[in-house]
Every structure is written in structure tokens, then in C-alpha cells.
Ligand binder design. Structure first.
Ligand code: ATP
Ligand code: MG
Length: 570
């Protein structure tokens, strides 16, 4: 027995923040169930990349094991030979590790148990608890009844054990075509729970499997493989989403017919994670990838772990978000803004501040010598002194954001306009003395200013008050960059829930804006993929995987504030 599990002084029992599942686990430990062991598993089907919903399950499976000094297995639920691919297995492992969890040497596959599962099925047949049904799926469905009306027994239900064994063996040997026969558990066609009405436990599939090759012609159904795999691995708590609640009686029925001692895995269900403005199903996400509506599974607009990673999310921000929303027994839909809030919080503490001008216009300081250069010392993160400072070159020609200047600004525009003054952050106060405009297009081409040398930090007029402060990048030192700004992938809160509409009708046509003429301070020339920054006054940005030395490419993670909330209320 593990000491940590016995409710000692530092036991989790004394912490107030146990979620309801952890409270159940706690109780089981206290009652000495399964010798006080805690062993969970995360059981992904390798038919797509993980999404943020899976992160919720991962944090619970690995997190509760950790909390009680137990273990968590990674088990690939690869019972369906049609859909699974090695690419998915690899991506799933990468994503779990990135989130900060580890299954050590316990990487398992449901297919590891095909022999044992088959033996158990044969055992059920021998005990008169399973039979081969020669009907096709339509016929079987027609006999299922309804929740209020009992089903009808199959004409093959009372076959002899010998005949069942013979047929099941021949199914395994590949003698029959797909869909011609199945093996069913013999439970109760009148059960109020439809899943107990003689569920199919094996079907014929004459196709190769990614791990077992052509060995098998019969494959176990999910419900037959899952609980038994839990049992084989010594899992004590099998945590899954609410849709499996109605499967629990079958889970227990099967495990009870398999187990030989006191040990028994317990299934506990919790609510799925759903988010506004996105879809959370691998099948739908796969459609977006296959129809090239996004650039891939890791498109920064995707709610996949790999998409969020590329977008600039940190593992901590995702784990904190999951902690915030918690676990309940009630289905709900969470606001995407909560997830964005979590990443802003985390990056605020971690991301160095830098200058980047995304839509540049030139500002010339006419009284600053053209051949002069200064290095301005700028703090990397006002939230964290230990992050130090850096030097940013300053000269007479700078880039500022085009929308930081207006020819005829209203009174409340606290940026630059004719005769107005602003502070260039970390440098000087400048006053606008004129500007050039392309009369045909109306586009501002250049802004002229004069600077006040006394206003430099440490100078006599350093504290002189001006209303606005702008970021800037020195023209001759600027690094060119591409910056991609993302918005919500869908422009409807609940794209899946609109009757009579396909969710793809709600794809946001403006979810990607590529800016190719951005100017960065020189410290950003050689960023590495996934390096994260706050572009001052703009938001958090993350270097893309395609970023190369001297040619940075950035993805916007989030703007500084939640502008969407305001916009959608208009
Ligand atoms: P999808 O419907 O997206 O394909 P799934 O449930 O089929 O998801 P699996 O690979 O079978 O995906 O899921 C592995 C584990 O992750 C399961 O235990 C499942 O309950 C959990 N899970 C899947 N989606 C969510 C979600 N949105 N929120 C919380 N847990 C989830
Ligand atoms: Mg599934």
C-alpha cells in the first residue's frame, strides 16, 4: 500500500480544492478499496490530434494520480482498424508531454489485449453469456426496442455453446464477410438501459490493423475492450466524459464477469469541455483539415493542443484554464474568452516586452542629427525585474504605427497629430511639425517631428507630462517580419448547434490576416520557433515554426485586451 494514500497529515483530504472525482477517490482510499491504490489512464483513440477538450481529461487523469501518489497509463484505444494512424499516435504523445505529464514506461494499446479479450469472449460463450448472431445490423437495430418498449430476442439467441464456439472461431479465422455475423453478450433484451440489450461485443473486420497486421478478422467493440483493458492494467479509477454514464452498467457487468478477486476498476464520469466559437470533435476538426479550410491540425486557429501551442499558448495557461473551469456533472459551454484570459495572465508574467510596428509609417525627427545613434535602455518586463533590460537603437528616422497618427484628430485622440506631442517610449518627447500625404490616395507618407533633448529618461525634463506614449522602431535597424493576426475560427458562438445549418457556414472569413511589411526591433532578428513576446501596446505574439534566422514570422496569440467581447455587443 502506498503511504501517501492513507490519509496522513499531508493528505489531499485536508486540501479544500479536491474536485468531486478526487473526493470519490479519497473515499475509496479511506475505505481501503483496491488496497488503497490509485491508478488512472488516459485512453485516446488515435484517429486525430488531441484538442483542448482532451487536455481537460489529461489534467484529471494524470493530475489525480499525481495528487494521490498513484500512476497514470497512456492507453491507445486502437480497436478500430479503419481509422488509426501512427502520425496520430506520435502527435498524441508529443502533446501530453508538452502539457507536462508523463506515463513513464506505461504506453499501452488496447490491441495489446486482443488475445486476452478474445479468450474472455470465448469464456463468455462457454458460460452461455454470449452468442453469435447471424443477423445484419439493420435487423438487430429493428429488434432493439425503445427506451420504453422492450426489445425482441434474436432468433439466434439460444444457440448451443458448441455452435457458438464453432461460429466464433470461424469468424476469427476470416471465413465470413464483414457484416454477416456478430458476437453479442447475452444480457437482457428488456433492460431499461438500451446498452444492456444484448450489446454487440465483436464484429468482423477484414482489414489490416496498424499494430497487429492481418492477424485478426474480428475486433472487439469499444465497450468490450475498454473496461477489460482497465482491468488488465489494474486501473482503479476510469475517468471519462458524461456520455459514458449510460454505458456504466455494461462496464460493470463485463468487469464483474472477468474479475477473480476483490479488485475492481470504477468508472466515474465528468462533463466535457465545450468552448464558444469553435468545434470540439476530432471528426469535425478532421473535416476542416481535409477540406483545407485550415492549414493543418496545428493551424493556430484550431482548438487542438498543437494549434494552441503554435499560436503561443503555454502548457501552464492551458492547465490553469482547466483548473478554473473545473469538473462537474452538468454539460456546459465555456467562453473562449476565459481561455484567452488564462494565456494573457501567464504571458503577462513571462513574456519580454518588445517593440514591433505592424503597419508602419515613417516619422522623421528633423532636429536629430542624421548620423547620430543612441541606444535606449528598456525594461524587459515591468512585472519581473529579474528579466532585466535591453538596448534598443534610436535614430532620426523611425517607424510608428500608421493608426497612431491622425491628420485631424478628435480631442480624445491621445496619439500624434499636427502640433501635438507624444512620448516615444524609452526615448524622447516629440512634437509633430508636419507631414507628407499622397494627394491621390490620401495616404500619409511621412510625418515630421522635432524632439526635446531634455525629455530623455534621466534628463531635466524627463517627467514632463504628455498624454500619449507610442512604440517605435528605428528605420535603419529594423528587421522585416511577417505577422499573422488571428481571430475566432467561427463567427457564431455555437456553430454546431444551429438547426438546418452546416457548422462550416459559420466559418469566420476574417479569421486570418497576414501582415507582410512589419518592422521589428533588432533584438528579434533571430528568434526561435515558439519564442514568445509582448509586442508593446499590441498583444502577445509567438514565433511561428516557419520562423528562420533573419526572417521572423510571428503569430498573434491574443491582443492585450478582449476586443471581441466589445465588438460582438455592437
Ligand atoms: P472526439 O469526440 O473529439 O473524437 P473522443 O471522446 O472520441 O473525442 P477519445 O480519443 O476517445 O476522443 O477521448 C479520449 C479521452 O478524452 C476520453 O476519456 C474522453 O472522454 C476524453 N475527452 C474527449 N473529448 C473531451 C472533451 N471535450 N472534454 C473532456 N474530455 C474529453
Ligand atoms: Mg472516441
Amino acid at each position: 500500500m502506498n503511504e501517501k494514500n492513507t490519509g496522513g497529515k499531508n493528505s489531499p483530504a485536508e486540501s479544500s480544492s479536491l474536485n468531486f472525482i478526487e473526493q470519490f477517490i479519497e473515499e475509496d482510499i479511506r475505505e481501503g478499496k483496491n488496497d488503497g491504490r490509485v491508478h488512472t489512464r488516459f485512453p485516446p483513440e488515435p484517429n486525430g490530434y488531441l484538442h483542448i477538450g482532451h487536455a481537460k481529461a489529461i489534467c484529471l487523469d494524470f493530475g489525480s494520480a499525481e495528487r494521490f501518489g498513484g500512476k497514470c497509463n497512456l492507453r491507445f484505444d486502437d480497436t478500430n482498424p479503419m481509422k488509426e494512424e501512427t502520425e496520430y499516435v506520435d502527435s498524441i504523445k508529443e502533446d501530453i508531454h508538452w502539457l507536462g505529464f508523463d506515463w513513464e514506461d506505461r504506453e499501452y494499446y488496447a490491441s495489446d489485449y486482443f488475445d486476452k479479450l478474445y479468450d474472455f469472449a470465448v469464456d463468455l460463450v462457454k458460460r452461455g453469456l454470449a452468442y453469435v448472431d447471424d443477423q445484419n445490423s439493420e435487423q438487430i437495430a429493428a429488434q432493439k426496442g425503445t427506451p420504453t418498449k422492450p426489445g425482441t430476442e434474436s432468433p439466434f439467441r439460444n444457440r448451443s455453446v458448441e455452435e457458438n464456439l464453432d461460429l466464433f472461431t470461424r469468424m476469427k479465422a476470416g471465413e465470413f464477410n464483414e457484416g454477416t455475423r456478430v458476437l453479442r453478450a447475452k444480457i437482457d433484451m428488456a433492460s431499461p438501459n438500451m446498452h444492456m440489450r444484448d450489446p454487440v461485443i465483436y464484429r468482423i473486420v477484414n482489414r489490416a490493423h496498424h499494430r497487429t497486421g492481418n492477424k485478426w478478422h474480428v475486433y472487439p467493440m469499444y465497450d468490450f475492450a475498454h473496461g477489460q483493458s482497465d482491468y488488465f492494467e489494474g486501473i482503479t479509477h476510469s475517468l471519462c466524459t458524461l456520455e459514458f454514464e449510460v454505458h456504466r452498467p455494461l462496464y460493470d457487468w463485463l468487469v464483474d464477469r472477468l474479475r477473480t478477486g476483490d479488485y475492481r476498476p470504477r468508472q466515474i464520469e465528468f462533463n466535457r469541455l465545450n468552448l464558444t466559437y469553435t468545434v470540439m470533435s476530432k471528426r469535425k476538426l478532421q473535416e476542416l483539415v481535409e477540406e483545407k479550410l485550415v492549414s493543418g491540425w496545428d493551424d493556430p486557429r484550431m482548438p487542438t493542443i498543437s494549434g494552441l501551442r503554435r499560436r503561443g499558448y503555454t502548457p501552464e495557461s492551458i492547465r490553469n484554464f482547466v483548473k478554473t473551469i473545473g469538473y462537474t456533472k452538468v454539460e456546459a459551454i465555456n467562453d473562449f474568452a476565459l481561455l484567452e484570459h488564462a494565456v494573457r495572465n501567464d504571458l503577462n508574467a513571462k513574456a519580454p516586452r518588445v517593440f514591433a510596428v505592424l503597419d508602419p509609417v515613417k516619422l522623421v525627427i528633423t532636429n536629430y542629427p542624421a548620423d547620430k545613434e543612441e541606444e535606449m535602455e528598456l525594461v524587459n518586463n515591468p512585472e519581473d525585474e529579474s528579466m532585466g533590460s535591453r538596448k534598443v537603437p534610436f535614430s532620426n528616422e523611425l517607424y510608428i504605427e500608421r493608426n497612431d497618427f491622425m491628420e485631424d484628430p478628435p480631442r480624445k485622440f491621445f496619439r500624434l497629430g499636427p502640433d501635438r506631442e507624444v512620448r516615444l517610449k524609452g526615448a524622447y518627447i516629440v512634437k509633430c511639425t508636419g507631414y507628407d500625404k499622397d494627394e491621390e490616395t490620401g495616404k500619409i507618407e511621412k510625418i515630421y517631428c522635432e524632439y526635446d533633448p531634455d525629455t530623455k529618461s534621466g534628463g531635466p525634463a524627463a517627467n514632463r507630462k504628455v498624454k500619449g506614449t507610442l512604440h517605435w522602431v528605428s528605420v535603419k535597424h529594423a528587421v522585416d517580419a511577417e505577422v499573422r493576426q488571428y481571430d475566432r475560427l467561427f463567427n457564431h458562438e455555437d456553430p454546431m448547434g444551429q438547426k438546418g445549418h452546416d457548422y462550416k457556414e459559420f466559418l469566420n472569413p476574417d479569421s486570418l490576416e497576414v501582415l507582410r511589411n512589419c518592422k521589428l526591433e533588432p533584438s528579434l532578428a533571430d528568434v526561435k520557433p515558439l519564442d514568445k513576446f509582448q509586442f508593446q501596446r499590441l498583444g502577445y505574439f509567438c514565433a511561428d515554426k516557419k520562423s528562420e534566422p533573419g526572417k521572423p514570422v510571428f503569430n498573434r496569440t491574443v491582443p492585450l485586451r478582449d476586443t471581441w467581447g466589445k465588438m460582438s455587443k455592437k
